[in-house]
Design a protein. Structure first.
Length: 455
């Protein structure tokens, strides 16, 4: 997830808010750190209700923000309470998805828990470098688009914050006593990257099993044994500072040596945040692969399509936007299967799915409704716009061909279209039913055509 700016505001005397940290694409007229917020706006609502607040615009709009004197062009922003303050995150190039907002709110709850480790929030604000490093570290984790990017960000943050001689991250391998080195930084052999080791008797394995920082004195001794695993060959001297921090519950460990570890709570916070993000990424990947995607076409399956459709209906209802639906059916599909076989039939379905996917916006949703039938949701789209999209898909299918038994086979589709100007009158199933009725009429009129409901 990539953000434009992240700001942390802390409560001062008599409930006033002041800028604690500000990171990202900072405006020239931004409020200096340590100074009070002049206009509370959304922060006042979050401070009084203790609830997060989401701002979403269809396009980039100059918006009053709590960290600058002049409006800043934004597409979306979220403000969420943390212990002793408020966290603000915004983006100027796209909206924040529901999952991204939930992740930010979860991380705020995480930061709140971490703040309780401090005697007073004022002490954390005074320790601006440490808190700033934590915010910057979490920001880099939030921007990670994959598990690999996430652990690299953790490794680099731990290396820099503690001024270590080297740092590395090792992740546990499922159903195994082995771990694999997935990120390195500093003075360490890069050949370790991608290497796996038996970690059951190493300091890394001990940290992962006990969910505790080791060694207890944070100093290496040959009696500690291997650091990552047998034969890791890591060069470390007797008496050199060493810190192995667990990442969540059995996820892995961050190993650092030759640094200063007085502010270890910042590093532990980053490791816990990393575990949270990795678990979310793995869950999203598993859901995407196992529960949402049709194996043949790569589009959403029917259940996932309706789930996303209902989410879009709710969003369009809040915004007052229209929504349109296309139902697309492969013409003479049974004849293709009977004459050329199911392999060619599958090839035809993949061809149609590819045409559909290449001609939709990022906000649009397509699914395999069943058999040779596909469904498409076009949010914020009226009937005329939907008919243009439907015709473009129909024409591209008509002009393309697939290979079938040494010959080129022409594929055509029929399309039914419906649009809802007022969302909320009909549910998802009823809207799809109308598009399906239009599709039935298109096929009854000769196929290879687009018909809107009511025509």
């Amino acid at each position: 997830m990539r953000l434009s700016r992240v700001a942390l505001f802390s409560f001062g005397e008599k409930g006033s808010l002041q800028v604690a940290c500000l990171d990202g694409e900072i405006p020239e007229d931004s409020t200096p750190e340590g100074n009070p917020v002049q206009e509370l706006g959304v922060l006042g609502y979050v401070a009084s209700t203790k609830k997060p607040y989401l701002i979403t615009m269809e396009q980039k709009v100059p918006t009053r923000v709590p960290y600058a004197a002049s409006p800043v062009p934004l597409r979306a922003a979220v403000a969420a309470p943390v212990d002793g303050g408020i966290l603000w995150a915004d983006r100027d190039f796209s909206e924040l998805t529901d999952d991204e907002v939930k992740l930010i709110v979860d991380l705020c709850a995480f930061i709140e828990a971490e703040q309780k480790r401090l005697a007073e929030l004022d002490n954390a604000v005074k320790d601006a470098s440490g808190l700033g490093a934590l915010v910057e570290g979490i920001r880099s984790l939030l921007e990670a688009k994959s598990e690999r990017e996430c652990v690299r960000a953790l490794c680099q943050a731990g290396f820099e914050q503690t001024r270590s001689r080297f740092a590395l991250v090792a992740l546990s391998l499922a159903s195994s006593e082995r771990c694999i080195v997935v990120a390195v930084a500093g003075d360490v052999d890069e050949a370790l990257l991608g290497a796996s080791f038996v970690s059951s008797k190493s300091l890394t394995g001990l940290a992962i099993r006990n969910m505790a920082v080791v060694p207890s004195r944070l100093v290496y001794s040959p009696a500690n044994g291997d650091i990552v695993g047998e034969g890791d060959g890591i060069d470390i001297k007797d008496g050199e500072s060493l810190c192995v921090v667990p990442i969540g519950q059995s996820v892995g460990a961050l190993v650092m040596a030759g640094g200063s570890y007085e502010r270890l709570h910042w590093v532990r916070s980053l490791c816990d945040a990393t575990a949270l993000i990795i678990e979310r990424l793995r869950l999203q990947e598993r859901i995407s692969k196992e529960a949402m995607v049709d194996g043949l076409t790569g589009l959403y399956n029917r259940n996932a399509f309706f789930k996303r459709f209902r989410e879009i209906l709710a969003l369009c209802g809040r915004k007052g936007d229209p929504v349109s639906v296309l139902m697309i059916d492969a013409d003479h599909f049974k004849s293709i299967n009977d004459h050329f076989g199911h392999q060619v039939g599958d090839r035809a379905l993949r061809f149609i799915a590819e045409v559909i996917a290449k001609n939709l916006r990022e906000s649009d949703v397509a699914g395999r409704y069943g058999g040779e039938e596909f469904s498409v949701v076009l949010p914020a789209t009226r009937l005329e716009g939907a008919k243009l999209v439907a015709e473009r898909i129909r024409r591209l299918c008509e002009t393309g061909t697939i290979s079938a038994g040494g010959q080129s086979l022409k594929i055509t589709v029929s399309v039914g279209v419906t649009a809802q100007e007022r969302v909320g009158v009909l549910d998802a199933e009823d809207i799809v039913r109308r598009a399906d009725e239009a599709l039935y009429r298109a096929k009854s009129l000769g196929r290879n055509r687009t018909i809107a409901h009511g025509e």
